[in-house]
Design a binder for this molecule. Structure first.
Ligand SMILES: [Ca+2]
Length: 159
């Protein structure tokens, strides 16, 4: 085997390994109270200590990032996810709309964590891309510079 063929085979193996690493390496992974939250290929899954699947984000949701924080400041943590999905609204439309707008849009969803994730609140489409989620001093921080605080029924921008 010539050196050129050996180099070509080595490059091919590296490329396949690189593509596999990109496809299967989690974008985000968090351990929380004996559960493992893994975001991989826009699907958020929760596993127990034995790696058994407990929960998975809804089909058709493209999860871009998540965090676990007490966003409503009641002493209990929630799961907050940034989701791309079709449909401006959820199942229930506001009274002034007759049809859902089926565009793909970015949303924030909040889930109770105990016993298993259950949606507590969901935004309609947010008119921009959520690149990062954080939690500081009782506020949800979007994209590093928007501060949102939980009101009675929704988030209110405070900064
Ligand atoms: Ca809470």
């Amino acid at each position: 085997m010539s050196n050129n063929v050996k180099i070509l085979i080595a490059i091919s193996i590296l490329l396949v390994g690189f593509v596999c690493a990109i496809m299967f390496y989690p974008k985000q992974a968090v351990s929380y109270e004996g559960r493992y939250f893994v975001l991989r290929r826009n699907v958020l899954s929760i596993h127990d200590d034995d790696d058994d699947l407990i929960w998975e984000s809804e089909e058709g949701f493209k999860v871009s990032n998540f965090m676990i924080a007490d966003v409503d400041n009641d002493g209990v943590d929630e799961l907050i996810i940034s989701v791309w999905k079709e449909g401006y609204y959820g199942v229930d439309l506001p009274f002034w709309e007759e049809d859902n707008i089926q565009d793909l849009g970015n949303h924030i969803f909040v889930y109770n964590l105990i016993p298993d994730p259950e949606m507590q609140w969901g935004s309609s489409t947010i008119g921009y891309t959520i690149k990062s989620l954080d939690f500081q001093d009782g506020n949800m921080v979007i994209n590093g510079d928007e501060y949102w605080q939980w009101g009675d029924f929704h988030f209110e921008r405070v900064k």
